[in-house]
Ligand binder design. Structure first.
Ligand SMILES: *Cc1c(COP(=O)(O)O)cnc(C)c1O
Length: 354
């Protein structure tokens, strides 16, 4: 039986996407060849890459607005250093909202000065710092829109005069935003788009080419743009599966439609967390994420009972990250409202038992 997959990443993907991508492994487009054994320069695959790139821009509302979409290797972690390599001349600002921000900061420090414009480390990252100021003269400001581990999400983005760069790995394509306020967006595919192996980068062309250092080809966004995201062999399976997920999303009605479903799922789960005395929420209410909900048991002695109940209900991937403990329910785009309902039923049953 298919599990209710609340895994934080790699994450649940739509069943129809899994079916179609597995078919392409055996026979791609009726060619008698597998997707993963044909040339990435063949017309069939070049079409896939172009479709994936244009769907990404279309869904984000960035088509024809001077942006390029790339599917690169190396995960979001590679972007931590590529961003700095391509943009950090002297000093950059970073908002420190958790483990992933800290990792991005660590890489950036190898290339220049890092100003932490704000940090929520004092409260184990259970909130999003607000009211911070962004000094003039920074090469860019880097944000993490959704903090996968701690379950917080930026709801309102700062207005700045410096380029805005955002790690959207765990909430890209999940909610409507004015994406044109960002100069560069990156996201590892495996949180909300596809399997691990590809990273989406969406970058405004005219912010590139401003650092004085020489950039190795593989780390240079302009090289990847000039080669239509085919500088070297791309991760074809991850790109194809991501393309199928983006098509699925478009057919569903795009980000506006999925946002409505995501809000329903989040409301259902958070109202249970708030009303059920057996559980306590981790993240600050106004900052909590619609993708990753973090919560704890009010009484740790109930752990074995609760763990047995959710596992029996066919739920997977509910354990919290080791730096937070407790539980984390990740409700990415492909997770159904029905699956959240199953979890909420288990939580109410705990209340009856407790
Ligand atoms: C998972 C995650 C990353 C790391 O992604 P990799 O593709 O494994 O490098 C970075 N940032 C955020 C917000 C994440 O959730």
């Amino acid at each position: 039986m298919k599990k209710h997959n609340f895994s934080a990443g790699p994450c649940i993907l739509p069943q129809e996407v899994l079916l179609r991508s597995s078919e392409a492994i055996m026979d791609f487009n009726g060619s008698g060849l597998s997707l993963i054994e044909i040339s990435h320069r063949s017309k069939d695959f070049v079409d896939v890459m172009e479709k994936a790139r244009s769907l990404a821009l279309e869904l984000l509302g960035l088509e024809g607005k001077g942006y390029s979409a790339l599917f690169l290797h190396g995960g979001a972690s590679m972007e931590f250093l590529m961003v700095a390599y391509n943009f950090l001349e002297t000093k950059a600002g970073y908002l420190n909202t958790g483990t992933w921000s800290e990792k991005a900061i660590k890489e950036a420090k190898m290339f220049g000065d890092v100003v932490e414009v704000g940090s929520s480390k004092d409260e184990n990252f259970n909130y999003i710092p607000k009211g911070y100021s962004v000094a003039e003269g920074l090469d860019y400001l880097h944000l993490t829109s959704n903090n996968t581990i701690f379950g917080t999400q930026i709801k309102k983005f700062p207005k700045t005069n410096v380029p805005l760069i955002c790690d959207m790995s765990s909430d890209i394509f999940s909610r409507q935003l004015d994406f044109s306020q960002f100069d560069l967006i990156y996201a590892g595919a495996q949180k909300n788009m596809g399997p691990a192996g590809a990273t989406l980068v969406v970058v405004k062309d005219d912010v590139l080419g401003k650092v004085s250092r020489k950039i190795p080809s593989m780390l240079d966004y302009q090289v990847h743009i000039s080669k239509d995201s085919m500088f070297n062999t791309p991760p074809v399976f991850a790109v194809y599966t991501s393309m199928l997920t983006l098509e699925w999303l478009k057919n569903l009605g795009g980000i506006a439609a999925i946002e409505e479903i995501n809000e329903k799922k989040a409301r259902l789960l958070y109202s249970e967390i708030d009303l059920n005395p057996v559980f306590t929420g981790f993240a600050n209410k106004e900052d909590r994420s619609s993708m990753n909900a973090t919560f704890n048991l009010a009484d740790e002695k109930l752990k074995d009972t609760f763990d047995a109940l959710w596992k029996d209900a066919g739920i997977n991937g509910l354990n919290g990250h080791r730096s937070v403990g407790g539980y984390r329910a990740s409700m990415y785009n492909a997770l159904s409202l029905e699956s959240v309902g199953v979890l909420v039923d288990v939580m109410s049953e705990m209340e009856r038992k407790g």
